[in-house]
Design a protein around this ligand. Structure first.
Ligand code: DC
Length: 233
């Protein structure tokens, strides 16, 4: 398994929807014996409560963001939101699509960005932290040494999601609809004014189109461990 990674490291992982980022980030966090901060789940939580409370305005979204408390649940590597494990409640189509919209608002981003910095820095005092999102290497933690931008061909991303949904027994899913929704979300995430999805100049681009999940995780962990030994750990 190689060298144990010291505490204090933050690994930034960004990329578009469906490139395998979440799976890879989760496995990498385990491999490094660290924690995962899923920042998408934070935006999804704002959307979830907005749907539940029929909130539709920018100031309403910001108010929700300010009221949310986040914590870590190590067993499932999940984020507790106001003490609750949200699970599949954050994964519905309506929450996914509203999450992309609420994440375009400056007030929401400012609040969640501040929370992300505090959480990751606190956790990093005792273990490595993998932070996954869209603007982690560019805005939230531009200063960190380890940055990856995980991407894949849009058709392959849609196909993977389709297979995943079919495996979960979802009815009436269409590959074409998934491809269309991914393209729409990528467009929204990349073209928004505040903290758009983009690859940091110093990030390592990992195109997962032809790589297995394990190959990606191995590549990243070797890179991190290699760099750490290079700096004389
Ligand atoms: O990674 P995800 O699909 O769970 O993210 C949900 C939404 O939140 C997605 O539309 C992009 C947005 N997001 C963001 O704007 N910034 C982040 N750091 C993470 C997610």
């Amino acid at each position: 398994m190689g060298k144990r990674v010291k505490a204090g490291y933050i690994v930034a992982i960004d990329g578009p929807a469906g490139a395998g980022k979440s799976t890879v980030s989760r496995l990498l966090a385990s491999e490094l014996q660290g924690r995962l901060l899923d920042t998408g789940a934070m935006y999804r939580s704002v959307a979830y409560f907005a749907v539940k409370m029929h909130v539709t305005t920018a100031s309403g979204f910001s108010q929700i963001a300010k009221k949310l408390e986040f914590d870590y649940e190590p067993k499932n590597q999940s984020l507790l939101v106001n003490g609750i494990e949200m699970g599949q409640r954050l994964r519905t189509q309506s929450v996914s699509s509203l999450a992309s919209k609420v994440s375009a608002f400056k007030g929401v981003r400012q609040t969640l960005t501040a929370r992300q910095r505090t959480l990751a820095k606190t956790w990093a005092k005792s273990c490595p932290v993998v932070v996954e999102g869209r603007d982690i290497g560019t805005v939230v933690f531009p200063e960190v040494e380890y940055k990856f931008y995980v991407t894949a061909d849009p058709k392959i991303r849609a196909e993977r999601r389709y297979q995943q949904l079919k495996k979960q027994g979802a009815k009436g899913v269409s590959l074409k609809a998934i491809l269309k929704s991914n393209i729409e979300r990528d467009k929204q995430d990349s073209n928004r004014k505040h903290a758009p999805l983009k690859c940091a100049q110093d990030a390592i681009v990992v195109d997962t189109s032809k790589m297995s999940v394990n190959q990606v995780v191995q590549f990243m962990s070797e890179h991190i461990r290699g760099r750490i030994s290079l700096i004389g750990d």
